[in-house]
Design a protein around this ligand. Structure first.
Ligand code: SF4
Length: 300
């Protein structure tokens, strides 16, 4: 998938939809259906490595292999074997995109030491805001989560980009952002990346922070801070209207072949959600995949 931060990123989906330690109010994947702390081998590591080897043998190398998924990837307990398996196969850097909730756990932190880049999240400067925005599993304590991030930085030699999701009227006041910035100062990431809900999520009245406000807020952070949000898209309205997403996508494909990126932009949905819908259509035989100019298109 094209990624603003990672270039061309080959994402490995390590947990099923939607196993996560959080249930963030801004989650583009919708509500967490399995809010859990249970770590297990959700998908077999050997199978993932075999699939990856096949994919890489196409010769079309991505800029990053990213461990992500339809939830929290560190819930997968085979991370160590997986990362060392990837490392023995290719020199392509590995990025782990995590909510950072489990980094206090050595069984999670140790395997991540061999990743080249870790992108954790921190959206709140105190436990109350953490509860409102991230709605964590009751077993996750805010202070322990923060200590996990701080401790991880002290041992980890790779790059850390700390992502902060700012939401209008929730955590975008100067005092709220100062609190997050203070914690960021303790964590010492290589970069802070400010994001915002670029479109209304499926639930609630979550609103994006205007770009000019985001720009002001970057100055509060001690580490180099940048804005990675693309801003609210015109198409966000389409999703908020609800309805059958598969039908809307099929209607788009009937007009012209589309990539997952086209569908994501066209319908204002997360790329991963677009990809899932497209794959479902392909499985049902309602769309087929065709490669042109190095990109995969879906054709009705
Ligand atoms: S941590 Fe990520 S996947 Fe989990 S609920 Fe929050 S945004 Fe969604």
């Amino acid at each position: 998938m094209p990624s603003r931060r990672l270039g061309r990123s080959l994402g490995i989906d390590l947990v099923p939809f939607k196993a996560c330690t959080y249930d963030c109010i801004y989650c583009q994947l919708g509500r967490t259906t399995d809010r859990t702390l249970k770590r297990k081998e959700y998908v077999p590591v050997d199978g993932v490595l075999e699939e990856l080897a096949r994919k890489l043998s196409d010769g079309d190398a991505p800029d990053f292999i990213s461990l992500a998924g339809s939830g929290e990837p560190t819930l997968h307990d085979g991370l160590g074997r997986l990362i060392s398996g990837i490392k023995s196969m290719t020199k392509i850097p590995v990025a782990a995109i995590t909510n950072g909730s489990l980094l206090w756990d050595r069984d999670v932190a140790e395997p991540l030491m061999s990743a080249d880049l870790v992108i954790p999240s921190l959206d709140a400067g105190d436990a109350a805001m953490f509860g409102r925005i991230n709605r964590p599993h009751p077993g996750i304590d805010f202070d322990r989560m923060v200590r996990g991030l701080v401790g991880f930085r002290q041992k980890y030699r790779g790059r850390i980009w700390l992502e902060v999701m700012l939401l209008d009227g929730l955590n975008d006041s100067e005092p709220a952002v100062r609190k997050i910035a203070e914690l960021a100062g303790r964590i010492r990431p290589d970069r802070v990346q400010l994001n915002t809900a670029a479109r209304p999520p499926a639930e609630g009245a979550v609103r994006p922070v205007p770009f000019c406000r985001m720009r002001e807020l970057t100055n509060l952070f001690p580490a180099p801070a940048e804005i990675i949000a693309s801003g609210p898209g015109k198409s966000a309205k389409v999703e908020s209207e609800g309805g059958n997403q598969g039908e809307k996508i099929l209607a788009m494909l009937r007009r012209r072949p589309c990539t997952a990126e086209d569908v994501s932009k066209g319908l204002g949905i997360h790329r991963l959600a677009a990809l899932k819908e497209l794959e479902a259509l392909a499985k049902k035989g309602e769309a087929r995949k065709a490669e042109t100019g190095g990109s995969w298109f879906y054709v009705a």
